[in-house]
Design a protein around this ligand. Sequence first.
Ligand SMILES: C[S@@+](CC[C@H](N)C(=O)[O-])C[C@H]1O[C@@H](n2cnc3c(N)ncnc32)[C@H](O)[C@@H]1O
Length: 234
Amino acid sequence: MPRSPIRAPKPTLDLTDHLFVFRQPIPGELASGSDTGSEIPFPPVPETIRSETVFDNDRPLEIEVGSGKGLFLTNESGRNPEHNFLGIEIIHKYAKHSAARLVKAGRSNAKMISGNAEPLLADRVPAGSLEAVHVYFPDPWWKKRHRKRRVVNEGSVQSFLAALRPGGRFHFWTDVLDYFEATIEMIAEIAPEFGVPIPEEKAPSSHDLDYRTHFERRSRQNQIPVYRVRYEKK
Ligand SMILES: C[S@@+](CC[C@H](N)C(=O)[O-])C[C@H]1O[C@@H](n2cnc3c(N)ncnc32)[C@H](O)[C@@H]1O
């Protein structure tokens, strides 16, 4: 199913407090991050990602990998103002769109990073520091030879596990049964500290944006089954 187009935020909307840009250096390229073109003004990601460096306070930090249009971050940061929420989205225009949504909603406890979540989780998040990692409806990469591109893979699961505090949560929802089953099996094998998956229920929806994410809305409106679990680190 194709994704619906998104509108670019108004250029007058100031996103600088809500959007960091992370660009991995490309060998041979100057360290200026020139692949973001004229959009360099967004601040770079702090060397260490924690509430103190990103939000200037010490509240529990939850990270969402692949935020898409930012519905989860916007809703959840409103519901839970005592926590901080950081979304990481690799497609710049979606990261900007999500940041704009957070600005418009007046959220001071949620921000976006435009960039690849995998190296950020592996290298910049201190061990045992996160309250939760959320991955909702990751790109399926159906073809067998492309499966190694899946964002939930052996390496990222190890990073999530290391980054979470004891008792911290990893939420994984998808509508791709094969992805779901392969992930459950892989976690049981390589990350027993996550224990058994805990089923999560779909919440009743009272209005058109009252879903966990845009992809959850799309699946539910099209009667596509969704597989939802949570792990809690031992
Ligand atoms: C299928 S969409 C789902 C978006 C949203 N989670 C939802 O449920 O509506 C998956 C998103 O993950 C993003 N993504 C894929 N790989 C990523 C990575 N390595 N780091 C950050 N975002 C990534 C994609 O650009 C895309 O926006």
